[in-house]
Design a protein. Structure first.
Length: 144
């Protein structure tokens, strides 16, 4: 069975492959690394877009345990198990959980990088049609 490109290499594989992609954050052992927000901002600004034009950051298929748990806090607070919902500062613990989650921190740093704040967070489930009927967590952070 082929090895997943996202799993850590064995010592033998690492020795055999001097060009192992060190940029994969979970396996990056270099002294200095780029943060996700730095990559997002570099791609946006490097693409010739103006900072003021960055109005949202969408993260599809969120599987990060802490971010999913934060989304569950927001969903419980609003009593919505699967329906799309918006989370704002007025939502208290749901808002706090989302902005303190790993992707919330990334979105906060992206917003700060373009002199904005997170103004709203949209949570949706997206069902993929297929053998397993997979359900994705999609999160969109809006900036103002």
């Amino acid at each position: 069975m082929p090895r997943s490109p996202f799993s850590a290499p064995s010592p033998t594989q690492r020795a055999a492959c001097s060009a192992w992609p060190e940029a994969w954050t979970g396996h990056d052992r270099t002294a200095s690394t780029l943060y996700t927000n730095e990559i997002v901002l570099a791609a946006w600004l490097g693409g010739g877009f103006q900072a003021a034009g960055l109005r949202e950051l969408q993260v599809d298929d969120v599987t990060n345990i802490d971010t999913v748990a934060a989304a569950q806090v927001a969903r419980r607070e609003q009593g919505k198990d699967e329906e799309p919902l918006n989370v704002t500062k007025e939502d208290g613990s749901g808002w706090d959980a989302m902005v303190k989650s790993p992707f919330g921190k990334v979105a906060g740093r992206v917003a700060q990088g373009v002199s904005k704040d997170i103004s709203r967070i949209s949570l949706v489930y997206y069902y993929l049609v297929g053998e397993d009927g997979k359900k994705e967590n999609n999160v969109r952070f809006y900036f103002a």
